[in-house]
Design a protein around this ligand. Structure first.
Ligand code: NAD
Length: 485
């Protein structure tokens, strides 16, 4: 078997607490999704280990928060450099745990490093306001860190998810207890060594692997964690928010699932639109929250568009194979559970009578590979049009009028990302305004996103925003100070 990474075989399986690696009493298994073989057994942080991480984070907090913010930024910049320097190692670890293909993953590592550096650059922007409106007073607000915070991450973009949380959390002076997904703990734990090398003091950045119902629940319900940032499914987000409310009413930000509409008008450049729409659902084998999984096409161009879209989708996914093989472009789904979920959605759509245009089957007998799959006009109320599949599966639906398609696109409880393709500026702006979504792409779609502007969802796709100054605000509390003159 060809191996696209060289000379790296280092797997860390222990929790990382107070800059030390710690064994847990229990372990859990992860498997290589390219072949189903056991990859490693990982420590599962229980309530006691989460408590130890909180102790360490609390102890480290005051000194970390008292540093000049540029000193905290230097640690983040060094960590970014170390991520890049260990690209080969990260590629290997992600390939054997969640099946990230080695030819594509360096771009995500670069992305994660950029997020850390961007947040380091915001170190001097942690500002409050002043007011002279009250006679005889000079009043002000200051933005202060929460202290020991929690972060719970998904597996589909492991290092990016970590960077999006750790960057703003740490530069603003918080300390962190971060739980990677049980599907993708290897890169997070390997990062432990780099956290030490980057100069983070003990206790500032702790990593506790484990399943959600054990480790995640211990974080979400912890009485001394005052802020929690969660990224994952809407169903889990609801549980986490409940645990937070029922414990100490900690501040929670939620980045949740999506069922993103992409609208194509006849005046759009159809070839370019089909390529972008296909890449959006092909990227990471459809395992991305902002994937354009609901495509709406004007009835006058439906046949032409479907032909272009299916061809581009097959091209974008390319060759299925071992994620370590440098010629592979089509990644496996992350694990058996994810694979079975996707196949159940395809089965359900077939049973509901949706017209299958392409795909629908497993590829090969080893590993968890799903053909790129397209259903045509399954019906607005069909499950495939309403629920997040998180795989290379899209529906293409026809529409007639602007009013109709706006209604169809907004007819969902999700609101993460929406796209409209048209050359008519008025129409583009009208849709940008009226689409019920945290992010709207005009003549572009996901994974396009600028990190210097907020990222997040409306409706049941989330609460709060990541990226940009809004992230600094999310990781700090406002205090109002009244000064009598
Ligand atoms: P998930 O909800 O299954 O798990 C997310 C995290 O929550 C994991 O770390 C998991 O261990 C933890 N968890 C599970 N049960 C828990 C519990 N009871 N208490 C505390 N923590 C618990 O999601 P996933 O399968 O890891 O990720 C895919 C989902 O994430 C998709 O819905 C996708 O759309 C969403 N996602 C959203 C964004 C975004 O920015 N909006 C980004 C990436 C992924």
């Amino acid at each position: 078997m060809a191996n696209g990474v060289q000379g790296v075989h280092d797997i860390e399986t222990r929790c990382f607490i107070d800059n030390k690696f710690v064994e847990a009493k229990e372990t859990f298994a992860i498997h290589n999704p390219s072949n189903g073989e056991l990859t490693a057994r990982i420590s599962q942080a229980d309530v006691d280990l989460v408590d130890s991480a909180v102790d360490a984070a609390e102890a480290a907090g005051p000194a970390w928060a008292a540093l000049d913010s540029s000193t905290r930024a230097e640690c983040l910049n060094r960590l970014a450099d170390l991520l890049i320097a260990h690209t080969q190692q990260f590629c290997w670890l992600e390939a054997i745990s969640v099946g990230k293909v080695v030819t594509f993953y360096p771009a995500e590592i670069q992305w994660a490093a950029n997020v850390l550096r961007y947040n380091a650059g915001l170190a001097r922007e942690i500002h409050g306001e002043t007011s002279m409106a009250t006679a005889g007073f000079l009043n002000m607000t200051i933005r202060q860190p929460y202290g020991a915070c929690g972060a719970i991450c998904p597996w589909n973009g492991p290092l990016i998810a970590i960077a999006l949380k750790a960057g703003p959390a740490l530069v603003t002076g918080n300390t962190l207890i971060l739980k990677p997904s049980e599907k993708s703990p290897l890169t997070a734990l390997y990062m432990g060594k780099l956290i030490i090398d980057a100069g983070f003091p003990p206790g500032v950045f702790n990593i506790v692997p484990g399943h959600g119902r054990v480790t995640g629940a211990a974080i979400a319900s912890h009485m001394r964690i005052r802020k929690l940032a969660f990224t994952g499914s809407t169903a889990t987000g609801r549980i986490v928010k409940k645990l937070a409310a029922e414990s100490n009413l900690k501040n929670v930000t939620l980045e949740l699932g999506g069922k993103s509409p992409l609208i194509v008008f006849p005046d759009a450049d159809l070839e370019e639109t089909a390529a972008m729409a296909a890449f959006s659902i092909a990227y990471n084998s459809g395992q991305i929250c902002i994937a354009s999984s609901r495509v709406y096409v004007h009835e006058s161009i439906i046949d032409k568009f479907v032909g272009l879209y299916v061809a581009q989708l097959k091209k974008a996914m390319g060759k299925a194979g071992d994620a370590l093989n440098p010629t592979t472009t089509h990644a496996p789904q992350a694990d058996a559970l994810q694979y079975e979920r996707i196949m159940a959605y395809i089965d359900g759509a077939n049973k509901e009578g949706a017209k299958l245009v392409t795909g629908g089957k497993r590829i090969g007998v080893q590993g968890y590979f799903v053909e790129p799959t397209v259903f045509l006009n399954p019906g607005q109320s069909s499950t495939i049009n309403r629920e997040e599949v998180f795989g290379p599966v899209a529906s293409v639906n026809t529409f007639v009028s602007e009013e109709e398609v706006l209604k169809l696109a907004n007819d969902t409880e999700y609101g993460l990302y929406a796209s409209v393709f048209t050359k008519d500026l008025n129409r583009a702006l009208k849709f940008a305004k009226q689409l019920e979504s945290g992010m709207v792409g005009v003549n572009c779609t996901s994974p396009t996103m600028p990190f210097d502007l907020p990222f997040g969802g409306s409706k049941q796709s989330g609460e709060g925003r990541e990226c940009a100054l809004q992230a600094l605000h999310a990781w700090t509390e406002t205090k109002t100070v009244m000064i009598k003159l």
